[in-house]
Design a binder for this molecule. Structure first.
Ligand code: FES
Length: 110
């Protein structure tokens, strides 16, 4: 089951940055890269919970602002040799609108 929420327009997400959506106690970081691809991860670094939304996006990765781990945006997982994954949520673009699967966020919050 999916439940798509219209989060914003892609132009509302800073390029190479993120916008945070709060739902059910979970903070979801919605990232936009240089190719205007979007990705949604829980805004918690798998290392020590740093705010990934405040990191710098490069390619399909974000660098955590706290200790510099690189996290793969499409899986949420840390680039080796670091280990661990942030939760990743389904997201899509239709036209210029960005949609997030709220059902997946609810599931993570449960
Ligand atoms: S909390 Fe992200 S690298 Fe340490």
């Amino acid at each position: 089951m999916t439940e798509w929420l219209n989060v914003c327009d892609i132009a509302d997400i800073p390029q190479l940055g993120a916008r945070v959506v709060r739902h059910g106690g979970i903070h979801v970081a919605v990232f936009r890269n240089a190719a205007d691809e979007v990705f949604a991860l829980e805004d918690r670094c798998p290392h020590k919970g740093g705010p990934l939304s405040q990191g710098i996006v490069h390619g399909k990765k974000v660098t955590c602002p706290l200790h510099g781990w690189n996290i793969e945006l499409d899986s949420g997982c840390a680039v080796a040799p670091d280990e661990g994954c942030a939760r990743e949520f389904p997201i899509k673009i239709e036209g210029s609108r960005v949609w997030l699967d709220l059902a997946a966020v609810d599931q993570a919050a449960a």
